[in-house]
Design a protein around this ligand. Structure first.
Ligand code: ACO
Length: 331
């Protein structure tokens, strides 16, 4: 199934979250909510919020530098940058261009892609396809979002969820290595595009006084429908990727799903009989950081010596689109 795609390894991994902590109590001073409501309904305790002058690319650059350092290479060794974001610095040029410049790299191809919170799985799939071409040796995949810039801070149903952060991995081909990307599965269904979107600011509804007045530059979400489809699509995708690789949850050391809501994670854990000691959660500390949440979580547990090299990780994500994906990685 993976013919030609073996031995594509994560050579380096890094994550970055802003310094500023916004607690649930802080939020309860902005909107009508409480620490108790947010913790029990979402599992979030606090989140990190970027400074006003900071852009998505600034978060991405820091994560990229850490991944490059972890890979024991230099920025000049990167030959392709792929960046997944839903909160780009600008509509154009691509945020990857700003990252390239800030990393001091020139002349290599760089582009953004939009798969929302499934960006890690989509990015892995794109990266490993690009690595089939021998001219690419070190691909830098970055997922980053300053979600606070598209969050309606007057809407208690969404503003308690979202946070800022970035994660990056350096992917390379290493023949003979026992580690690497075992498999990736991605999917989408545009029929559900209306349940999670930022309606204005694009070509359909360009920015105008009216769109600003109607707060259409921020998230609109049907929380219950997102919840239902997240459990269904992530769950199905995880079952399928395990089955097609002749693996069971017993073979997996760590399960890292998109950190959106603890009740979504619990529902999936029940469905797949995932033992609690295998489920990795950072939602309580960092909230929902979109596509970077999986990299941030792997990074966190690696630093705590809970995730070690050579272990098998099952990841899964879902996001606006609706997009979803899963990946099995041997770190
Ligand atoms: N504080 C206090 N009360 C609140 C809050 C809040 N922050 N938000 C909503 N409520 C109230 C509602 O107004 C409602 O009150 P009512 O009964 O008087 O009308 C009550 O709480 C229940 O509201 P529900 O929407 O039914 O709450 P639910 O239990 O469904 O939880 C939630 C809402 C947390 C949003 C849930 O639906 C969810 O997690 N959905 C998935 C969201 C998600 O993951 N989005 C991101 C995915 S994509 C990405 O990651 C970018």
């Amino acid at each position: 199934m993976n013919r030609g795609l073996e031995n594509i390894v994560i050579k380096g991994l890094g994550a970055h979250v802003p310094e500023r902590v916004l607690t649930n109590d802080d939020l309860s001073k902005i909107v009508d909510t409480s620490d108790e409501w947010i913790r029990t309904r979402t599992g979030i305790g606090e989140r990190r919020i970027a400074a006003s002058g900071e852009a998505t690319s600034d978060l991405c650059v820091r994560a990229a530098q850490l991944a490059i350092e972890d890979a024991k290479i230099e920025a000049k060794d990167i030959d392709l940058i792929i960046l997944g974001t839903l909160a780009p610095d600008m509509l154009t040029p691509a945020t990857a261009m700003f990252v390239q410049h800030k990393l001091g790299i020139k002349n290599i191809p760089c582009f953004d892609f939009g798969a929302a919170c499934s960006g890690f799985q989509y990015g892995l799939e794109i990266s490993r396809m690009m690595l089939l071409n021998p001219k690419y040796k070190n691909v830098l995949l970055i997922c980053g979002d300053k979600l606070s810039s598209v969050t309606d801070w007057q809407d208690r149903t969404t503003c308690v969820l979202f946070a800022d952060g970035a994660g990056a991995v350096v992917l390379s081909r290493e023949p003979g290595c026992q580690c690497g990307i075992v498999d990736v599965l991605i999917g989408s269904d545009g029929e559900h595009s209306d349940i999670l979107s930022i309606p204005a600011g694009g070509s359909r509804e360009p920015a105008s006084e009216q769109t600003i007045r109607e707060r259409k530059h921020y998230w609109r979400m049907d929380g219950r429908e997102v919840f239902r489809l997240a459990v269904q699509k992530m769950g199905e995708s995880m079952v399928e990727i395990l089955e097609r690789n002749n693996l069971t949850i017993n073979d997996i050391n760590h399960v890292v799903t998109h950190q959106a809501n603890i009740r979504i994670m619990d529902a999936i854990a029940n469905r797949l009989a995932i033992p609690p000691e295998k489920a990795r959660v950072t939602l309580d500390k960092f909230g929902n950081t979109s596509a970077s949440s999986i990299i941030i979580t792997i990074d966190h547990y690696r630093k705590c010596n809970v995730i070690s090299q050579g272990e098998l990780i099952l990841t899964a994500g879902f996001g606006a689109g609706l997009t979803w994906g899963s990946a099995i990685i041997r770190l």
